[in-house]
Design a protein around this ligand. Structure first.
Ligand SMILES: Nc1ncnc2c1ncn2[C@@H]1O[C@H](COP(=O)(O)OP(=O)(O)OP(=O)(O)O)[C@@H](O)[C@H]1O
Ligand SMILES: [Mg+2]
Length: 279
């Protein structure tokens, strides 16, 4: 299948609260600061990214594009503080769009068509915490997926589930859709379990795991409010060298079978970048 030449990243994980929106928003702002022409598309009816960038928003946006009522260029909104443009999410409109797409076979491809002529070299989708039709629409339009994974034990089951869902979607929708990066988030180096979770992710997907983690930050929790990008996270993206447009060795084989979920008991975690010194 012909893929879009521009960098089009779906930030996705069906698990909620793992930092998808935080990563998507800050990645968009960082890539824009590096000179790229970035569009951030909020696909989540919760509209967290929209609130983050635009405050209370009730204009036209992602839902209108999904329903074919507007072109993407018509409803893009400038976000001068972050030097990006975005398609905003309005919760009620997004729920209607979601139901409409779900009821019409093939309409998950509407987003891919809608962004085809967008004047941008980078498009980032902030996906909702589900593997429903909105996430499927992002996957059809994306050149790859970035998966934030919280460094907590329950994240592993979620990751395995995500990877196996991905395999099904790749087959069903005829997609390549490589996992560009798996980013450990909310990482607390003081917690052995957090280090073990990252080691387990490494055992599962060594090629995709980034060589940095986004640390759990009280300051970030408190900073997380509309129109304020996180400076700590932005710095982390500056330091990342692992965000790639393609993955060595291609996509994982389907069906996805993890070698082992059991982490090596005393494996060090030195490759993971955190601001705290290793204990
Ligand atoms: N690195 C972090 N350190 C501390 N708190 C964080 C961090 N990342 C995210 N959070 C907190 O977790 C909450 C959820 O973050 P975010 O909205 O980015 O996750 P999400 O995966 O997009 O959630 P959802 O699945 O609901 O869309 C935020 O309100 C923030 O307070
Ligand atoms: Mg979110």
């Amino acid at each position: 299948m012909k893929r879009d030449a521009r960098l089009t990243i779906a930030v996705a994980n069906q698990k909620g609260g793992v930092g998808k929106t935080n990563v998507a928003g800050n990645l968009a702002a960082e890539l824009a600061a590096a000179g790229r022409n970035v569009v951030l598309i909020d696909l989540d009816p919760q509209a967290t990214a929209t609130t983050w960038a635009l405050g209370r928003y009730s204009g036209r946006g992602t839902a209108d594009v999904l329903l074919g009522d507007a072109t993407a260029e018509e409803v893009l909104v400038d976000v001068p503080a972050f030097r990006i443009r975005m398609l905003g999410s309005v919760p009620e409109a997004m729920r209607i769009a979601e139901r409409t797409i779900a009821a019409n076979v093939g309409s998950e491809r509407a987003l891919s068509r809608a962004i085809r002529d967008l004047s941008a070299d980078t498009v980032i989708f902030d996906c909702p915490p589900s593997m429903g039709v909105l996430t499927a629409a992002a996957f059809v339009a994306a050149t790859g997926i970035l998966v934030p994974v919280a460094a907590a034990p329950e994240a592993l089951d979620g990751l395995v589930q995500l990877l196996s869902n991905l395999c099904r979607l790749r087959v069903a929708l005829d997609l390549e859709l490589p996992v560009l990066a798996i980013v450990p988030t909310r990482f607390d180096i003081r917690l052995r379990i957090a280090r073990e979770v990252v080691d387990a992710v490494r055992a599962l997907e060594p090629e995709a795991l980034t060589d940095f983690s986004i640390r759990e930050s009280v300051a970030l929790r408190e900073l997380f409010r509309p129109s304020r990008p996180d400076p700590h996270l932005s710095a982390r993206f500056n330091r990342s060298r692992r965000l790639r447009t393609s993955r060595r060795g291609g996509s994982p084989p389907c069906p996805h079978r993890p070698r082992s979920l059991k982490p090596p008991p005393s494996a060090p975690c030195q490759r993971h970048w955190t601001s705290s010194p290793a204990p």
